[in-house]
Design a protein around this ligand. Structure first.
Ligand SMILES: Nc1ncnc2c1ncn2[C@@H]1O[C@H](COP(=O)(O)OP(=O)(O)OP(=O)(O)O)[C@@H](O)[C@H]1O
Ligand SMILES: [Mg+2]
Length: 364
């Protein structure tokens, strides 16, 4: 079990940029409690700016979360109440005018979806988000897969969201701001309870999370054409949706249904990503079309939308997902990372083309 000294030593590594001293020396760390592998403490802020509070909070929870023997970190802010399980408090009937005001500082909202499970939505969402971040934008990612929230794992994030001023502070991972339904829902919650949570979760993510100014907010969607897609497109005007498919016909069937649904909901289709398009054998250089060929292009042509990328099957992409270090971070020079950056540019170009650019409000 981790001891108090180890926690405080780690926290001495977090410096207040304004006062040029570490947060332990400044006396900000209070009410430190350690129970089994869980660590709780309060950051008793004084004159720090809101931005510093958020940064220090996130750094403190991250640094303690990385200590051996720590499985869970909860950092309270200045005695503000924490309410980690607030997902159940819905705001299901927000008036239409209020909806668009939920995230006024977010310029583009992009859903990554597919009718089908296991085609690589989460992998694409994570690496697209990182690649967009690498273009210099501020990027957030919301994991709204109630049934299998994979994003914290894929980003290697062990942090917990904090609370400040009754707002949820997203977790930071690889330069992204991240929230996952997995962080708010008990792992052992029976699946049957999870479906109905999706609407209030999405509302809460947009209303109660302190995202700040973001250029892009990416949503990783659960498989299927169900409640999550419907809720999301009802709550905010989505800039567009990226449809992920694999090349074979069975995947295309599901993707058609999903595209049809988004079209009915008036969500612009940004384009199609064909994932697992082929495999290049590292020993011979031979190219194998494991799931067939041409499906992505076919579906793109059918709906008159661009084929945004063809991503090969790449073992290291899978390893990156399992180990929490996306390929765009662990091997930025690899062809796969380049392909994700090209995807990010294609998405940006398409957003531009669709005139989805909202002016960013001035923050003063
Ligand atoms: N291009 C790729 N090359 C190699 N492995 C990949 C690739 N894309 C995805 N994978 C792997 O395939 C598996 C499924 O991918 P992922 O979880 O992203 O799919 P998903 O569509 O989000 O699935 P679900 O519907 O369950 O949410 C993961 O193990 C992932 O690492
Ligand atoms: Mg997924």
């Amino acid at each position: 079990m981790v001891d108090e000294k180890a926690v405080l030593d780690a926290l001495r590594g977090v410096r207040d940029p304004e006062q040029q001293q570490d947060i332990v020396a400044l006396g900000l760390v209070q009410e430190l409690k350690i129970a089994d592998s869980g660590v709780t403490f309060t950051l008793a802020f004084t004159t720090q700016s809101p931005q510093s509070k958020v940064t220090l909070h996130s750094m403190a929870s991250r640094i303690v979360g990385r200590l051996p023997g720590v499985a869970k970190v909860q950092v309270k802010m200045g005695g503000a109440e924490t309410r980690p399980a607030a997902a159940a408090h819905g705001h299901a009937h927000a008036p239409a005018a209020a909806r668009a005001e939920f995230i006024p500082e977010v310029r583009h909202t992009i859903a990554v979806s597919s009718g089908k499970g296991g085609v690589g939505k989460s992998t694409v969402a994570v690496n697209l988000a990182v690649a967009l971040r690498q273009t210099g934008g501020m990027v957030g990612i919301i994991d709204s897969d109630v049934y299998g929230p994979d994003i914290p794992l894929m980003l290697g994030s062990r942090g917990r969201p904090g609370m400040f001023d009754n707002k949820i502070i997203p977790v930071e991972a690889h330069g992204l701001k991240m929230m996952s339904i997995g962080l708010l829902v008990n792992d052992r919650e029976p699946l049957v309870w999870r479906g109905p949570m999706i609407h209030s979760f999405i509302q809460q993510m947009l209303k109660d999370v302190m995202w700040g100014a973001l250029d892009y907010l990416v949503f990783d969607m659960p498989p299927g054409t169900g409640d999550a897609q419907l809720s999301l497109s009802q709550v905010i005007p989505l800039s567009g949706v990226v449809m992920v498919t694999t090349p074979q016909e069975v995947a295309l069937l599901d993707v058609r249904k999903a595209i049809g649904m988004f079209q009915k909901l008036n969500v612009p289709i940004l384009g199609v990503v064909e994932n697992m398009s082929y495999f290049l054998a590292p020993d011979t250089g031979n190219r194998y079309a494991i799931f067939g060929e041409g499906g992505g292009q076919r579906i793109a042509d059918e709906y008159g939308v661009p084929l945004l990328a063809q991503l090969p099957l790449d073992p290291e992409t899978r390893v990156g997902g399992d180990e929490g270090s996306p390929i765009t971070i662990r091997r930025p020079d690899s062809p796969q990372a380049q392909a994700f950056r090209a995807l990010a540019s294609a998405v940006q170009a398409r957003l531009h083309e669709l005139g989805a650019l909202k002016p960013l409000p001035t923050i003063g």
